[in-house]
Design a binder for this molecule. Structure first.
Ligand code: SF4
Length: 203
């Protein structure tokens, strides 16, 4: 079995934390396995738990719109969450649950090797910052700021932004997340495209 196959079957059978007891389906993630951009949310919600697919409810529709606003095709990206099973009543995942699930996320980053990781929400942002050996302070202070990091020996850029679910009914947060997409995220994507083009010019 290939590494992706092994990873997906491990997640399907996983009982490493209590979330396996209440889940209907684990939600490992989906998208291009060679994506330039990886989005990492916090945890699956009700629709995701029903279907086994990430970001397909209202927050997912907003995420798709935000991607389209910067001409990023959703299926060219890889989308996943810090924890792969739904916490009951959509509560926040606990530190123990995040720690138990983290090896799957690290493996996904190692396999996809994204040039840009966009963390959606504070749990995901804190987890990725700490994985990169950085201090997480707050979303208000750190959103929309590209940082160069190394995670599991993969050099990449991380940008933290608000979770789309938090922006659904809050126009102020929606404006902030839209600005992060239009400015920081679009800029890093075009910088990466440009550097690839320049490299190809030399070959
Ligand atoms: S959340 Fe992660 S660690 Fe917990 S049971 Fe699901 S796959 Fe396993």
């Amino acid at each position: 079995m290939c590494e992706w196959g092994e990873l997906l079957s491990e997640i399907s059978a996983c009982t490493k934390c209590v979330l396996h007891r209440s889940r209907r389906n684990p939600v490992p993630g989906e998208g291009s396995r060679s994506a330039q951009v990886m989005f990492i949310g916090e945890a699956p919600g009700a629709r995701e738990d029903e279907t086994g697919r990430p970001f397909i409810g209202a927050a997912g529709q907003l995420l798709t719109q935000l991607m389209e606003s910067i001409k990023l095709q959703r299926d060219s990206t890889y989308i996943t969450n810090v924890v792969k099973c739904r916490p009951p009543s959509n509560r926040d995942p606990s530190d123990d649950e995040i720690a138990a699930c983290l090896p799957y996320l690290i493996k996904q980053i190692m396999l996809v090797k994204p040039q840009l990781i966009v963390t959606l929400g504070r749990h995901s942002s804190r987890t990725i910052y700490e994985l990169a050996g950085l201090k997480w302070v707050s979303m208000a202070k750190q959103h929309g700021k590209p940082i160069e990091v190394s995670i599991a020996s993969i050099r990449t850029t991380v940008i933290a932004t608000y979770h789309p679910a938090s922006a659904l009914y809050n126009p102020n947060l929606r404006k902030l997340i839209e600005d992060d997409f239009r400015n920081a995220i679009a800029r890093v994507i075009s910088r990466e495209k440009e550097s690839k083009r320049t490299l190809l010019d030399y070959l």
